[in-house]
Design a protein around this ligand. Sequence first.
Ligand SMILES: *Cc1c(COP(=O)(O)O)cnc(C)c1O
Length: 416
Amino acid sequence: MKAADAVSSPPSESGTWSDWPQDTRGEFLVGGQPLSQVVDAAGGTPCYLYDRQRLTDRVRRLRGALSPAVRIHYAIKANPMPALVCHMARLVDGLDVASSGELRVALDSGMAPEHISFAGPGKGEHELKQAHAAGILVNVESFRDVRLLAALSRATGRPARVAIRANLPFSLRASGMKMTGGAQQFGVDAEQVPELVAEIQRAGLTLEGFHLFAGSQNLRADAIIEAQARSCELALEWTEKLKVPLRSLNLGGGFGIPHTPSDKPLEVGPVLEHLNTLAGRVRAERPETEVVIELGRYLVGEAGLYVCRVLDRKLSREQVFLVTDGGMHQHLAASGNFGQVIRKNYPVAVNGAPTEAEVASVVGPLCTPLDLLADKARLGAAKEGDLVVVFQSGAYGRTASPRDFLGHPEPREALV
Ligand SMILES: *Cc1c(COP(=O)(O)O)cnc(C)c1O
């Protein structure tokens, strides 16, 4: 009998790391199969593994709680692995990209261009040309974006599709990374929106709406709700005052996931209920409007594991160090160096070991003390050759890491 038949993992309620299924020998299960086997099938360690079923469950749960007036987009930069993006493209309503390379992946996924959008400051001329040719929606973030798209539209006789990304007059509370409020490189300041609208109209571009993204990695439902309510209000006000269409009202991403055992998970229920209310209100005034949320981390972060192997078990002045073949060069965020203010351990575990038998630090092979995956964590006792798992690693993992640092081989990746 295959392991996949032996263990039926019940659909998880929370979908977070603490309920990751294990078999009777304590091996974690990925795609219903024991981790050691999945790692071998992926070609060995170090590797990132993504669980299809978890990805699917996460989107389905959101979908089940949201009214059809709210569209779910996936922001590819959280995890641009082509196979994963293809999987997501079948589940979500649209994709958001932030570069030429991501646009290529999005188009290859089979997602229709009308449901792909492109955001980011400093879009290259070649990127705008590519976006315009593909017929996707460009979130313009400056007068320069409009000027270049106007030239492309004139040259081809096809008006570019644009939405305005605005830097809001307020900032998001309790956000890991703020993307709006005060001075920002993102979007145009709210005060400049009327002038930008006029410029877009003069250039004959097709204005489809607004893009208002307050900030990333937020675990506070009340803060997200407040930002979305104010963003929505502002967009409706602009639409009314400036007499522009509102086919798309994109409220951005930013739903957080717990990255350390002490983080309190986001209570997503109230956020979704509030989105339904917002969308209902917007639709009552403007039946043509789609309210869009554009999530990265929340959709994929909890479906991914980073797995490395213990090369050496060292005892230094009574402290245990598990020296592994993975490290900060492949998983910068777990080392605490991806925008974190205070370093805290990601949830980690030893595969197939009883939990919490000893205190150990998990480090990598790099010649720097920054190469720390877990600092004095409570782990099952590990020996050479054991697999160490870093949970919550499906987003901002491989591609958000300085993989060339020290010249080790690339981590493998598999969608299971
Ligand atoms: C990064 C990004 C997102 C996704 O952010 P998460 O915090 O991962 O949800 C969404 N939209 C834009 C424009 C982004 O740059």
